[in-house]
Ligand binder design. Structure first.
Ligand SMILES: NC(=O)c1ccc[n+]([C@@H]2O[C@H](COP(=O)([O-])OP(=O)(O)OC[C@H]3O[C@@H](n4cnc5c(N)ncnc54)[C@H](O)[C@@H]3O)[C@@H](O)[C@H]2O)c1
Length: 438
């Protein structure tokens, strides 16, 4: 089976590589010539565990190729996936300009039946717009080429993307023809050979499923953050509460962690986009509006705790160590990360920031330059620091040697934004320790 994946970002590169690994011939397409050049030279533009080896293996086998020119491969493929970005527009709605650009290019060059599958996260009604854009271009050419549109939202998690893609909980596919269903069944069969968990549905429902899933997950996080903030005020411990409610199978244990706010490329923009879709349809998503407000507040909660710890003393001139910059562990993605909000607040308050992240420092430097110091390791970051703030729960931060850190810091103050440290251990080592919801 020959397929093209347009948009070679997190989703496009992972999907393309995984499809190639099942034997499909995949061409990944991107308008970013630099990115394609790097990929052709064997360089992986993103950090994602396991991706490097899998790309190399499939390139070597001749099943995975990279190009900037969709038109050069269109005649040879049965499926075109669109996995381009759908960033938020100024008003919060999803910007579909890249999705529709791809559709127009397809319409301008299509000569045989293909299934055009949108993998990007897009609002309900987008497949209809994709169909219309392709039809308009075909009409301009005066040709009538059959094609189908389909929706196949992606649920992979950055940091665990290969595993999620290779053994998904489920695959959601929206189709409007038996032929498209047949083609996509064939494509997904190798991933789910023992237990075929492809859920076929109509296209609007598939488009909606992705937003509903991310919004539900974001809701759980904001809900737990709200509970955590109340726990602090009434003398309860959110970790105990989490264990207590998570044991209820109707609630479940996953995604119930309090912290310093969600970020990333998906939750913030998808929650915004769903609120916008509702507004445009004369409905107000009250729960999601609150989810967003709680999250915005939560992203500065460590700064509030820091100010309280200094009890009115100015933060100007203080040195603050940050552990973790990416929006979550196992990725270098900093889109909407809490670290960016915290760095902004700390610099505005006149602090010096010393940061360490196992993989995201180059990305941070690309975004904010040298306004902070990038440190060699987690111990280097705490040198002469007046406080240590934990923002991302990378594994290597879980068992630090507190005695060394205590000696290196000017003031033994630790504020844990992900509740990963043991308060007793910290206190035994002479630290003042604050976390979330306790
Ligand atoms: N990142 C995730 O974890 C994740 C998970 C599920 C779904 N999604 C969704 O998938 C989509 C892609 O997300 P991403 O994180 O991979 O984005 P990304 O920004 O990493 O990659 C998008 C790529 O598309 C390319 N592009 C833009 N216009 C193009 C065009 N006309 N032709 C070819 N390439 C073009 C860009 O150069 C870029 O490389 C978004 O809608 C996102 O919401 C992302």
């Amino acid at each position: 089976m020959n397929i093209a994946i347009v948009g070679t970002g997190y989703v496009g590169l992972v999907s393309g590589t995984c499809f190639a690994d099942t034997g499909a011939n995949v061409t990944c397409v991107d308008v970013d010539a630099g990115k394609i050049e790097r990929l052709k030279n064997g360089e992986i533009p993103i950090y994602e565990p396991g991706l490097d080896e899998l790309v190399k293996k499939n390139v070597a086998a001749g099943r995975l190729k990279f190009t900037t020119d969709l038109t050069a491969v269109l005649d040879d493929v049965q499926i075109v996936f669109s996995a381009v970005g759908t960033p938020p527009d100024e008003d919060g709605s999803a910007d579909l300009k890249y999705v529709l650009q791809v559709a127009r290019t397809i319409g301008q060059n299509l000569n045989h039946y293909v299934v055009v599958v949108t993998k990007s996260t897009v609002p309900v009604g987008t497949a209809r717009k994709v169909r219309k854009a392709i039809e308009e271009e075909l009409a301009k050419r005066g040709v009538d080429v059959p094609f189908d549109v389909a929706s196949n939202p992606e649920f992979l998690k950055e940091g665990n993307a290969i595993k999620d893609f290779m053994s998904p909980d489920r695959v959601v596919v929206g189709v409007e023809s038996e032929q498209a269903k047949k083609v996509l069944t064939k494509l997904y069969k190798p991933f789910l050979i023992n237990n075929f968990r492809v859920i076929f549905m109509d296209i609007p429902s598939a488009e909606m499923t992705k937003y509903a899933a991310n919004s539900m997950l974001a809701t759980r996080i904001s809900f737990m953050n709200d509970i955590a903030n109340l726990c602090e005020r009434v003398g309860a411990d959110v970790n105990m509460v989490r264990a207590g409610i998570g044991a209820d199978t109707r609630i479940g244990r996953k995604f119930l962690y309090a912290g310093c706010g969600y970020g990333g490329s998906c939750f913030p923009k998808d929650v915004k986009a769903l609120i916008k879709t509702a507004d445009q349809n004369g409905y107000s998503m009250e729960v999601l509006k609150a989810v967003e407000r709680v999250n915005e507040r939560q992203k500065s909660i460590l700064f509030d705790k820091l100010k309280r710890a200094f009890d009115g003393e100015s933060l100007e001139g203080k040195t603050i160590a940050l552990w973790g910059l990416s929006f979550k562990p196992e990725t270098d993605d900093m889109r909407e990360s809490t670290a960016l909000v915290m760095i902004g607040l700390l610099l505005e308050a006149g602090c010096t920031v010393r940061a360490y992240d196992p993989v995201a420092m180059a990305e941070c430097k690309r975004r904010i330059g040298d306004s902070i110091s990038y440190c060699r390791d987690m111990y280097d970051a705490v040198l002469e620091a007046d406080a240590l703030l934990l923002l991302t729960e990378w594994k290597e931060f879980r068992l630090p040697t507190w005695g060394v850190i205590r000696k290196a810091m000017r003031r033994p103050l630790v504020i844990d934004g992900r509740n990963i440290f043991d308060s007793e251990e910290l206190e035994e080592n002479g630290f003042e320790y604050h976390c979330i919801g306790k």
